[in-house]
Design a protein around this ligand. Structure first.
Ligand SMILES: [Zn+2]
Length: 217
């Protein structure tokens, strides 16, 4: 088994930083959960499962290795005089709720009014992934995406709306399939000017459909 510890994290002794366990420790934990569920981790069909789950975790939680703000800082472009809002809608994301580690699956819509910097579509998608691929609550993820864009691009305003289903609600607990949670963060002109906010909401097909959270923090 791969006993390598992520050197970046293992060497990081700054207070509050956790040392990442080894792959073998992670796989042992998954064996324990299989036994907790009531099955035998040594039976044929489950023997490779701990290794598969560990690899899946590397993908689902890859956001911990990402610093979206560093990435955006290197990739912006000049606007070339463009001064209307930019809207990117239906950016699919997959995240996991920090209360149950169950999938949260949905879409993020991003709008901003550039001051002098714009970023490409793939960069915005990567920004969303960087925050989604962590243990999250949807409200925090929405705010993190907005704050990061605001801090790096310094636009006149940022609007972020996320719509998602939470499998901890649909497959357990209250068992409410079909329920979608909508969260939003409006900063700058999107918070202060109703018509700019409406222009964004209309562009994502949500005119007047959500209440706007206060962007001040
Ligand atoms: Zn949950």
């Amino acid at each position: 088994m791969d006993e390598k510890v992520n050197p970046k994290r293992a060497d990081d002794k700054s207070p509050g930083k956790l040392v990442k366990p080894s792959r073998a420790e992670a796989e042992a934990a998954i064996r324990t959960l299989i036994r907790w569920a009531g099955d035998d981790p040594d039976r044929e069909g489950l023997r490779a499962t701990p290794a598969r789950v560990a690899r899946a975790y590397e993908e689902w939680f890859a956001g911990y290795n990402d610093d979206p703000s560093e990435y955006l800082k290197r990739t912006f472009e000049e606007t070339g005089g463009y001064d209307e809002i930019v809207v990117l809608r239906d950016i699919r994301f997959e995240s996991h709720c920090e209360h149950h580690m169950a999938p949260i699956i949905g879409k993020v819509h991003i709008g901003y009014l550039p001051r002098n910097r714009v970023v490409g579509i793939s960069k915005l998608a990567r920004l969303v992934d960087g925050f989604a691929r962590r243990l999250q609550i949807q409200e925090k993820m929405t705010a993190e995406i907005a704050s990061c864009l605001d801090a790096v691009l310094k636009p006149h305003g940022v609007a972020v709306v996320a719509e998602a289903t939470h499998q901890c609600m649909t497959t357990r607990g209250v068992h409410k399939p079909g329920v979608t949670m909508v969260t939003s963060r409006m900063l700058g002109v999107f918070r202060d000017r109703a018509e700019t906010r409406q222009e964004f909401l209309a562009a994502i097909g949500m005119r007047g459909g959500i209440s706007v959270t206060d962007g001040s923090s």
